[in-house]
Write a protein that binds this ligand. Structure first.
Ligand SMILES: *Cc1c(COP(=O)(O)O)cnc(C)c1O
Length: 438
C-alpha cells in the first residue's frame, strides 16, 4: 500500500460498517469516524517513515472496534500450578457477592452518622495480627506511605543486601527516594551486621528498615542481623524498626513446605511497623496492609497521602470475607490457601480421575507446583501433572489459550503439562472436554 491508496475516512467507515453484524449493538457514528481516522493516521505515519504496514487500515480499524466491543478482562483457568501467578491476578478471588447499589461504606448504621471505611476490615485485621492495622492500595503504596510519614527529610537505614527490584521495574530504592526519605545504605551486598546499623545511627536517623528479599535469594557467605537484634538496637537508640514483609504470611503453612516468616512473629519480636501485600500469601485482593504500634499506625492513617492511596468499595467486598475466614481458621474458604494446602496425593487422585476418560493421550506424572508471587524464591511443592502427549506442544498450548474460557498451561520438556493444584474442581470438566477435543 502507498500513501495514494489510503482510503478516505468516509470509505473506511463504510467498509468497517459492512463487516459488522447488523443485529449487533449500533455503534455511534462519531466513534466509527474516530476509529477510522486513527487507523488512517497510523498507516500514513508508517508509510511516510518508509515502514511496511503491519495491518491495512481496514484490518486495524476492525481490530480496534472488536477490542472495544468485547470484554478484555476475562476469567481464565490457571493450569500452570503457579498459585500466586502475577500475570493471572496473583491470589484467585473467592466467589464474590457484590450487591449493586449503595452500601454503608462510610456510614455508621448504629449511630446514623458518618463512619470510616477502615472499620470494615480493621477489627478483623487486629484479631488476626494482634495489633492495629490500616490498608492502602498495595504494598508499594504502604512502603511509600510509611517512609514518607516516618522518614521524610531524615534517614532510613537499610542494608545494601535488601535494595531489591521486585519485577516490572519496581525498585525499592526508587520508591524510597520518592517518599522523601534519604537512604542510608549500610553493610555490603552479601553481609550486613547489627554493628553496621549501629554505626550509621545519628541525629538524622528516623527508621531502621528491613526488606524481605522477595524472589531474590543469596546463598554462601552471607549475613543479616537477627530481627531480635535489630529490634533491640532500635529500642536502645529510640529509632523505630519497620519491616516490609512482602508476601505477608498470616497462617502457619510450614506443614505444607512454606517457611515464610509470619507477620505475627515480626510483631511479637517487637518490630514497630510491618507492611505486606493483600494478594500474595494472605490470599485476598490487591492491598497493602500496615500494622504495628498504635501511635505509628495512627500517624500513617493521618498522613494526607493516605487519602490518595486508599482502597475503594470493591476492595472491601472482597477483603472482608477473606479476613473473616482467616480469623476463624476456615482456610479452605480462601482459594489460594486451599490450593497451597492441597496434598500431592489429593491432586493425584483428581488427575487420575480426569485422565481415566481421556485414554492414552494424557498421562499423570509427578512434578512441582510453584507458589509464586514474590514469596519465598521459586518455592516449589510436590504435585502431579497431567502430561499431554501431543506432537506440537506450542500449538496445543495456544489452542488451550484460545478457548472461550482460556486454559493457561505450561510447557515442560517440550510437552504441555497441566497442574490441577490451581484448577478449581468445577473447572475440571472444561479441562477434560478441551483435552479430548485436542
Ligand atoms: C511484592 C512486594 C512488594 C510490592 O507489593 P505490591 O503489593 O505488589 O505493591 C514490596 N516489597 C516486597 C518485599 C514484596 O515482596
Amino acid at each position: 500500500m502507498t500513501l495514494r491508496d489510503l482510503p478516505s475516512v468516509h470509505d473506511l467507515v463504510n467498509a468497517v460498517t459492512e463487516g459488522l453484524d447488523p443485529t449487533a449493538t449500533a455503534i455511534p457514528q462519531p466513534l466509527l469516524t474516530q476509529i477510522a481516522r486513527a487507523a488512517i493516521d497510523t498507516a500514513r505515519h508508517r508509510l511516510r517513515a518508509g515502514q511496511a504496514l503491519s495491518a491495512t487500515p481496514l484490518e486495524d480499524a476492525t481490530a480496534t472496534l472488536r477490542a472495544l466491543l468485547h470484554p478484555s478482562l476475562r476469567s481464565v483457568i490457571n493450569a500452570t500450578g503457579v498459585v500466586l501467578h502475577t500475570n493471572l491476578g496473583r491470589a484467585p478471588l473467592p466467589a464474590l457477592n457484590i450487591p449493586a447499589g449503595y452500601s454503608n461504606l462510610e456510614f455508621d448504621l448504629a449511630a446514623g452518622r458518618r463512619g470510616k471505611r477502615d472499620t470494615h476490615v480493621s477489627a478483623l485485621l487486629e484479631a488476626i495480627l494482634g495489633a492495629p492495622a490500616v490498608v492502602v492500595n498495595n504494598n508499594a503504596a504502604a512502603l511509600f506511605l510509611v517512609l514518607n510519614e516516618l522518614a521524610s527529610g531524615g534517614e532510613a537505614i537499610v542494608s545494601r543486601g535488601e535494595l531489591i527490584e521486585i519485577g516490572d521495574g519496581f525498585r525499592i530504592p526508587e520508591i524510597m527516594q520518592r517518599s522523601g526519605a534519604i537512604l542510608r545504605e549500610v553493610g555490603t551486598t552479601n553481609r550486613t551486621t547489627t554493628e553496621d546499623y549501629r554505626q550509621a545511627i545519628g541525629p538524622a536517623t528516623r527508621v531502621l528498615l528491613r526488606v524481605h528479599r522477595s524472589n531474590f535469594r543469596m546463598t554462601g557467605f552471607t549475613a543479616r542481623p537477627e530481627l531480635d537484634a535489630l529490634v533491640e538496637l532500635g529500642k536502645q537508640r529510640g529509632v523505630p524498626v519497620y519491616e516490609d514483609l512482602g508476601s505477608g504470611c498470616l497462617v502457619d503453612l510450614s506443614a505444607h513446605g512454606i517457611s515464610e516468616p509470619l507477620a505475627q512473629s515480626s510483631l511479637a519480636a517487637g518490630v514497630d511497623l510491618i507492611s505486606f501485600s493483600g494478594d500474595k500469601l494472605l490470599g485476598g485482593p490487591q492491598a497493602g496492609i500496615v500494622a504495628g504500634n498504635a501511635d505509628l499506625v495512627a500517624r500513617v492513617r493521618r498522613n494526607p497521602l493516605f487519602r490518595a492511596l486508599r482502597q475503594d468499595k470493591l476492595f472491601f467486598h472482597a477483603m472482608e470475607p477473606t479476613l473473616r475466614h482467616i480469623a476463624l481458621n476456615q482456610l479452605d474458604q480462601v482459594p489460594a490457601l486451599r490450593m497451597i494446602r492441597l496434598t500431592a496425593e489429593e491432586i493425584k487422585t483428581r488427575a487420575e480421575k480426569l485422565v481415566a476418560t481421556l485414554g492414552t493421550k494424557v498421562s499423570v506424572e509427578p512434578g512441582e507446583s510453584v507458589i509464586g508471587g514474590g514469596s519465598t524464591p521459586d518455592l516449589a511443592v510436590p504435585t502431579w501433572l497431567l502430561v499431554l502427549h501431543s506432537t506440537d506442544a506450542i500449538k496445543a498450548q495456544r489452542q488451550l489459550r484460545s478457548l472461550p474460557t482460556p486454559i493457561i498451561a505450561r510447557i515442560e520438556k517440550n510437552r504441555v503439562v497441566l497442574d490441577l493444584r490451581t484448577v478449581l474442581p468445577e473447572e475440571e470438566a472444561q479441562i477434560a472436554e478441551a483435552l479430548s477435543a485436542l
